[in-house]
Design a protein around this ligand. Structure first.
Ligand SMILES: *[C@@H]1O[C@H](CO)[C@@H](O)[C@H](O)[C@H]1NC(C)=O
Ligand SMILES: *[C@@H]1O[C@H](CO)[C@@H](O)[C@H](O)[C@H]1NC(C)=O
Ligand SMILES: *[C@@H]1O[C@H](CO)[C@@H](O)[C@H](O)[C@H]1NC(C)=O
Ligand SMILES: [Zn+2]
Length: 420
């Protein structure tokens, strides 16, 4: 009796003291599956029973919640599919990792407060509030170079910020960079902020184009990854008559809506009740449409995989217009990174080389806006740490994207000039 009392007190206290960020993952396991030739995993994903964390060749890594573990297991056994658990409890695993890292990680939080946030953090991921402080500060201190405005509000009323980096010698051409549409892909927003910072002090070819950056396209989801569930992906839309929340904003655009997505609210790739059902995608759509005639390049930053994905995502057999050029310019990006840093990125088609994904930013930009060069960029890494990329990689990852971006812009401008 006494022992149990003591134990429960200890448990309650230690859970109280722990960061709740991983609590949502208590009891979640990571399974590794081999040889799924029948696409059983995809079917389970569509039904919201597994979350695909990584696939490299024939091996897939899945997150399985305690709720569905026995169902998934039964499905695997029926299909004769081999699996083994790699992580028994994600909450414990992540907490342990963080404790180990904590001694290594050190950047003063003081460098980014409500009163002073003059640069994006280098060695730490920023909270949504810190991102806002940074954007507001540079908007105030460099009004000739940057203009920050809200293009709308999220489901829970948070601002969707757009940073316009003004061309010093405008050529009427512009570039669109979207980041953070998937909440758990923290590196994408971190890189977007570092690109903004670079552009503020830049006099390279990038200064000839107007650059629009939405560093945080899914603020509600991002905040939720800090407070409840580090691996949350979708927005925070409550779904009627379902125990699950959230719409995958990168399946909610109006181009082949529903083809490579799920209509089950519990799925990580739930596309919503209808195309553009979400205020986040509506705001992005409207802001992009205003720039329609000037856009020469649209990038949607994600993680992970170190891959440039070109459209179409909705079909593995239909080719997007200008596919050869999309591949060629993608290779310029990849080669610029290789030459400058030695890091390996590759160019792939989403549907053919990974999985069919429809209702995405990039497909919509190409199909509806008619932008010629459109990519989904999967940033670091190749799956070793995946969505949990250490903050020490923020700067090197930003640097490599900067190299790729400059060469691609240079090429597109030259191509346009010579074809006039
Ligand atoms: C940015 O600055 C302009 C004035 O230069 C102001 O009108 C606007 O509200 C500012 N944006 C933010 C987000 O503070
Ligand atoms: C702006 O571009 C024009 C030609 O397009 C060029 O003559 C001029 O020198 C440029 N100005 C600056 C500041 O780069
Ligand atoms: C939710 O369930 C109620 C009662 O069964 C029903 O009236 C309503 O139409 C359902 N809503 C949706 C969006 O399915
Ligand atoms: Zn993503």
């Amino acid at each position: 009796m006494r022992v149990w009392q003591v134990l429960s007190i200890v448990l309650v206290t230690s859970m109280d003291g722990a960061t709740s960020i991983y609590e949502g993952l208590r009891g979640h396991q990571v399974w590794s599956v081999n040889g799924d030739t029948d696409g059983l995993v995809s079917q389970l994903r569509l039904r919201g029973m597994v979350d695909v964390l990584h696939h490299s060749g024939p091996t897939q890594k899945l997150r399985v919640s305690p709720e569905f573990a026995s169902d998934v297991l039964a499905n695997f056994q029926d299909a004769g599919l081999e699996y083994h658990a790699v992580i028994g409890d994600l909450a414990a695993f992540l907490q342990e990792e963080e404790n180990r890292d904590r001694s290594v990680r050190r950047e003063s939080e003081d460098s980014c407060t409500a009163h002073r946030c003059s640069a994006p953090l280098h060695a730490q991921y920023m909270t949504f509030e810190q991102m806002e402080w940074y954007l507001k500060q540079v908007n105030e201190t460099s009004p000739s170079k940057i203009s920050v405005s809200s293009i709308g509000r999220s489901v829970l009323g948070r601002d969707l910020w757009l940073a316009h980096l003004k061309a010093t010698n405008s050529t009427g051409r512009s570039v669109w960079i979207e980041a953070g549409i998937h909440a758990r892909e923290w590196i994408s927003s971190a890189v977007a902020l570092h690109i903004i910072h670079k552009l503020l002090y830049d006099d390279s070819v990038m200064a000839d184009v107007d650059v629009y950056v939405v560093p945080m396209a899914n603020p509600d989801g991002y905040v939720y990854t800090w407070t409840n569930d580090r691996l949350w992906r979708k927005n925070r839309r409550p779904v009627a008559n379902s125990s699950c929340d959230g719409v995958d904003l990168n399946r909610n655009w109006d181009d082949h809506f529903g083809v490579g997505a799920s209509s089950h609210a519990c799925s990580e790739i739930y596309d919503g009740l209808f195309a553009f059902s979400e205020p986040e995608t509506q705001a992005l759509r409207d802001a992009m449409q205003k720039e329609k005639d000037n856009l020469i390049l649209v990038l949607s930053l994600h993680s992970f995989g170190q891959t440039l994905l070109y459209p179409w995502g909705w079909s593995a057999t239909k080719e997007a217009p200008g596919t050869l050029q999309l591949i060629a310019v993608g290779k310029i990006f990849v080669e610029a990174i290789r030459a400058a840093t030695g890091r390996h990125y590759s160019v792939k088609n989403s549907a053919r080389d990974l999985y069919v994904a429809s209702g995405t930013t990039d497909d919509w930009a190409m199909a509806v806006l008619g932008t010629k060069y459109v990519y989904t960029v999967e940033l670091r890494d190749q799956g070793f740490t995946g969505f949990l990329l250490p903050a020490a990689e923020i700067v090197p990852c930003s640097v490599e994207v900067w190299h790729g971006l400059q060469e691609v812009i240079k090429h597109i401008i030259k191509e346009e000039t010579t074809s006039l």
